[in-house]
Every structure is written in structure tokens, then in C-alpha cells.
Ligand binder design. Structure first.
Ligand code: CA
Length: 228
């Protein structure tokens, strides 16, 4: 899951980004609305965490850009609006302009996480916090994964990668697509970071008996078996 955090207060933006990365999300930060619009045009984000009060433009304008389809990717990202203005009119206006949910500042971080998880779930209806594919099981809320009831000890990135594979089991996923959805803008597209992480994940899957769970499709990418 790749998230764009749009927030002009640097300390808050940093705290949100660090917290979300710790949960295994790939996170980019934009401190201005204009910067956000540029990033949205280039990168297919899954979720946007959007401050309503930005110095250069209204957060609602960013929301309208997203809804009008001027964004990268086939599916427009879901939007969680952050606002200090908690009046009812603002909430209604924001939702009309395409925000999927609202969070009033100040908020507790677990609340932010819960809202983002709920929005991510809505994108893939069958994907609750718990996912199962063949012998693989994963609980996003607890950050735990198993194969045939054996624990998988995964890094945050390996966990995020496995989750993305499980959400798209049976599909061939290119390195570019994995890089777009599981890594953030600091990932160098010319390094072998995807290959290395896939290889580490495979090794850990093998140690619990999931030998051929992730297949390499030559020239196209990788595929998680539908019943590993
Ligand atoms: Ca602000």
C-alpha cells in the first residue's frame, strides 16, 4: 500500500510518515497542494492522507483533482481528509468533493491507522485485516503472517510485499508495479531492491515449506500461486 501524506506542518507530516512506515506502508510526503497534485499525476497511490488547510491551495481542490481522474493509475486513491475545522459544513463539503473519510485534528495515531486500514479494505472488498491464500495467512492489524500455521518472521517491507502479493494472488506483478505500490519515492528504480526483497521473502517461505509460492515469470515479473 502506497500512501501520499499531504500536510504542511513538517513535524506532523514527519510523525505520520514515520508511524505509517513502521506499519509497512510505503509513504511519500507533500507539504504543498501543488506538490501533491504533481506527485499524484506521476504515482498510482492507494491512499491519500490530506490536510484540508494547505498554504498554497485548499485541500478540497486537491480532492477534486483526484476525483476528476487527473491522477496516475487506473483506480483513483481513497482520500482521508485531516482537518482542524470540525464544523459540520466543512465535513459535508469535503465528503461531497470526494473525501472518503474525515479525521479531526488533533487525533490519536491508532485512530489514523484504523481509518486508513478501513479505507484500504474498501478498495479490495474481500481483503479484511486478515487475508488467506492457500496455506498462507496474514493479519494486517496484528502484522503477523503464517504458512501452514507456522509463524513467518518478516521485516516490514517483506510483510508489505507479501500482503500485496496476497491481494493480487495469481496475477503477474511487474517489478515496476511492486515498486509503485510497496516502495516509496526514495526507492531507486534502477537498483535490485525488488529482486532482493522477493528473494528474501522466498527464502523465508521456503523455510516453512512454501517452496514454490512465488514464481518468476520471465520478462514479466512475479506471481504468487493461487494456492501456495
Ligand atoms: Ca495545515
Amino acid at each position: 500500500m502506497r500512501i501520499l501524506v499531504v500536510e504542511d506542518e513538517p513535524d506532523l507530516a514527519h510523525a505520520i510518515a514515520v508511524g505509517l512506515r513502521r506499519e509497512g506502508y510505503a509513504v511519500d510526503v507533500a507539504e504543498l497542494g501543488g506538490d501533491a497534485v504533481e506527485k499524484l499525476a506521476l504515482t498510482p497511490y492507494d491512499l491519500v492522507c490530506l490536510d484540508l488547510n494547505l498554504p498554497d491551495m485548499d485541500g478540497l481542490e486537491v480532492c477534486r483533482t483526484i476525483r476528476s481522474g487527473e491522477v496516475a493509475g487506473e483506480v483513483a486513491p481513497r482520500v482521508l481528509m485531516l482537518t482542524a475545522r470540525d464544523s459540520l459544513e466543512d465535513r459535508v463539503a469535503g465528503l461531497d468533493d470526494g473525501a472518503d473519510d474525515y479525521l479531526v485534528k488533533p487525533f490519536a495515531f491508532p485512530e489514523l491507522l484504523a481509518r486508513l486500514r478501513a479505507l484500504a479494505r474498501r478498495d479490495v472488498a474481500q481483503a479484511g485485516a486478515r487475508l488467506e491464500v492457500g496455506g498462507l495467512a496474514l493479519d494486517a492489524a496484528k502484522r503477523e503472517a503464517w504458512y501452514a500455521n507456522q509463524d513467518l518472521e518478516l521485516t516490514a517491507k517483506e510483510f508489505a510485499l507479501l500482503r500485496y502479493f496476497m491481494l493480487h494472488a495469481g496475477e503477474v506483478l511487474s517489478s515496476e508495479r511492486l515498486l509503485d505500490h510497496v516502495w516509496d519515492e526514495h526507492a531507486d528504480p534502477f537498483t535490485n531492491t525488488v529482486r532482493v526483497t522477493v528473494s528474501n521473502l522466498r527464502r523465508k517461505l521456503r523455510t516453512v515449506g512454501a517452496t514454490d509460492a512465488i514464481e518468476t515469470v520471465v520478462g514479466a515479473g512475479y506471481r504468487l500461486a493461487e494456492s501456495p
